[in-house]
Design a protein around this ligand. Structure first.
Ligand code: NAP
Ligand code: MG
Length: 424
């Protein structure tokens, strides 16, 4: 053990590669600094680099995003920087060949994965919901339901029916009246699939085991007694047949709860759970949790997908926020910004923890935990970016209450060096 900072650092050998997906704007600038200052000095690591920056996606007709998704499937760990999802303004700004799809959507579809969002709690950063202290992870089943529904307006009295015709059959095997309209109104038909819900359930069980947190499924199965109950049916049968023994060994459990009960509890509990939700509830409740925790810059996100081999899982971690364009414009004018890099650093630490668990390398896991501790201890020690200073001191937070991105990263690097020296 040595605390001599001039001693050469014994690099940790990372057994297998990770896939690095670079991104855009302010987060791209920060991404490079994270690698240079916090990752590469400590790790002997084979990084498979994919440039998902807007220019290169356009140059490759978005092939680079598909290649990156394939690489994540191959190496099992992807670490992603925030990227621009182009709108008409971006098409003009970059002179794009077309309005390329969201890279996150492309990767999620390629991996058929589930997104888990988790706020990073730091005890001196106030939360709108102060009771929250332990992890609250929201799993959203981002497939089907209202988001892929068929909805319509009717302009007068009439009957709305649904039918189902089995493949190859001439006549429907099922016909139900949804509603007899006496006047104008609206209607909606939606669907989901066993395959997608099953993949979602596996990802949730896996996440619960990895994080040693109980898993709750929230539905409204009392009212939507076939559709919503279908999720519980799949979850409970997988739990009983594949996961129960491991859950019991880990001291955790799976339970189905009515979502209204669950949300009422959520706002008064300490946390310490994974909550699995359908598409629309997951969208709404993950935004509620994000707001409740205070800062967009403290929200991390991981995509979990089942791999091809049995029991094999694939991970991609990233910050939940975007490329922080407003700050990038200041950076372009040569001004120093106070952009919070914590969620981007967590993309690395969480990705490396998965790498360590897959490879069985506890020293890498310890490094990643030290990296997270260095971020948190810096903020607890009063060195933080402006967004956090504002949440502590209010909008009048003066320049003495915060530092630039570079100064914050330097403080994290200093603390990380100390922690690593202590654990060698
Ligand atoms: P954003 O990048 O998340 O930023 C919105 C605002 O939130 C910022 O202007 C800033 O507020 C605050 N903020 C977010 N992250 C911060 C951080 N790390 N540190 C300090 N403040 C932070 O969202 P946007 O400006 O709407 O979107 C910008 C681009 O990101 C878009 O092109 C969008 O397509 C893309 N995007 C990508 C992802 C992704 O890759 N996962 C997700 C969302 C958006 P102040 O201005 O008040 O300081
Ligand atoms: Mg939303």
């Amino acid at each position: 053990m040595s605390s001599d900072s001039s001693a050469p650092i014994q690099k940790i050998v990372v057994k297998n590669p990770v896939v690095d997906l670079d991104g855009d704007e302010m987060t791209r600038i920060i991404w490079q600094k994270i690698k240079d200052q916090l990752i590469l000095p400590y790790l002997d690591i084979d990084i498979k680099y994919y440039d998902l920056g807007m220019e290169y996606r356009d140059q490759t007709n978005d092939q680079v995003t598909l290649d990156a998704a394939e690489a994540i499937k191959k190496y099992k760990v992807g670490i992603k920087c925030a990227t621009i999802t182009p709108d008409d303004g971006r098409v003009a700004e970059f002179g794009l060949k077309q309005k390329w799809k969201s890279p996150n959507g492309t990767i999620r579809n390629a991996l058929n994965g589930t997104v888990f969002r988790e706020p990073i709690f730091i005890d001196n950063v106030p939360r709108l919901i102060p009771a929250w202290k332990k992890p609250i992870i929201i799993a959203r089943h981002a497939f089907g339901d209202q988001y892929k529904s068929t909805d319509f307006e009717v302009d007068g009295p009439g009957k709305y029916e649904v039918t189902f015709t089995p493949k190859g059959a001439q006549e429907p095997s099922l016909r139900r009246t949804v509603y007899d309209y006496e006047g104008p109104g609206v209607g909606l038909g939606m669907f989901n699939t066993k395959e997608s819900i099953t993949a979602f359930a596996h990802a949730c069980f896996k996440m619960a085991l990895d994080r040693k947190l109980p898993l709750y499924l929230g539905t409204k199965s009392t009212v939507i007694s076939t559709y919503d109950a279908y999720w519980d049916k799949i979850f409970i049968s997988l739990y009983e047949s594949e996961y129960k023994a491991e859950f019991e060994k880990a001291g955790i459990w799976y339970e189905h709860r009515l979502v209204d009960d669950m949300v009422a509890q959520l706002v008064k509990m300490e946390g310490g759970l994974i909550l699995a939700l359908g598409n629309m509830l997951g969208d709404i409740i993950s935004d509620l949790v994000a707001q409740g925790c205070g800062s967009l810059a403290l929200m991390s996100s991981v995509l979990v997908a089942k791999g091809e081999a049995p029991g094999e899982f694939i991970y991609e971690s990233e910050a939940a926020h975007g490329t922080v364009t407003r700050h990038f414009r200041q950076h372009q004018q040569g001004k120093a910004t106070s952009t919070n890099p914590i969620a981007s650093i967590y993309a690395w630490s969480r990705g490396l923890i998965h790498r360590a668990q897959l490879d069985g390398t506890p020293e890498l896991e310890r490094f990643a935990e030290n990296l997270e501790a260095a971020c948190i201890e810096s903020v607890r020690g009063g060195i933080m970016t402006k967004d956090l200073a504002i949440s502590i001191h209010g909008n009048s937070a003066g320049p003495e209450t915060y530092v630039t991105t570079d100064a914050y990263l330097a403080e994290v690097a200093r603390r990380l060096a100390e922690l690593q020296a202590g654990s060698q």
